[in-house]
Ligand binder design. Structure first.
Ligand code: COA
Length: 160
């Protein structure tokens, strides 16, 4: 059965995530990534490994923000790791409604000195999104250094 989200995205709020949110974060990332296949290569790890990685590494060691509707149902997740936007995923049913933009503004507020991130070369939608938010292309890789072996682009943002 599809999740019913209430309150619309305009009333969505963001908060720091904790270990109790690990399952929801994993579910969101897995579903968002699966919906983006074609733009993003298929995940190389089984879903259970993703949950384990979020529980043991991502939540304890990085800065995780969850955006939720008024019933506390997760809509989008942002992970910051130092000055890196490590992960940014919006529920596939709610893309294109400004949630990603709100999380990128939050990331800029949290890291006013600047941000960087990787996006796959095939992810044209995300590239448009980052360019619109003031990021510039700072480098490219042929993918030999990432797990997916997929060409990627590094974007960087510095405050104007
Ligand atoms: C990329 C993403 C974070 C943007 O967040 P969003 O809430 O959808 O974006 P906003 O509504 O704030 O801004 C709209 C822009 O986002 C991008 N976008 C929208 N839907 C998208 C999708 N399904 N996949 C990729 N980019 C998308 C487009 O650039 C869009 O602009 P356009 O209308 O000119 O095409 C979100 O769409 C997403 O999670 N996509 C799938 C996973 C992904 O690509 N994550 C980024 C990895 S680097």
């Amino acid at each position: 059965m599809a999740l019913q989200h209430t309150g619309g995205v305009d009333s969505a709020t963001s908060r720091r995530a904790g270990l109790e949110d690990a399952g929801a974060i994993a579910d969101l990332m897995i579903r968002s990534r699966r919906a983006a296949i074609g733009a993003i290569p298929a995940a190389v790890h089984p879903d259970g490994d993703t949950l384990m990685w979020i529980t043991t590494t991502v939540v304890p060691e990085r800065e995780v923000w969850l955006m939720e509707d008024v019933d506390s149902r997760p809509l989008a997740v942002l992970v910051l790791d130092g000055d890196w936007v490590d992960q940014l995923y919006v529920d596939p049913a709610f893309t294109g409604k400004g949630l990603g933009s709100r999380l990128i503004e939050l990331a800029k507020a949290r890291r006013p000195a600047g941000l960087q991130l990787w996006t796959f070369s095939t992810n044209a939608g995300a590239q448009r999104f980052y360019l619109r938010h003031g990021f510039v292309v700072a480098g490219t890789t042929n993918g030999s250094a990432n797990e997916e072996n997929a060409p990627a682009i590094r974007f960087a943002w510095t405050a104007p």
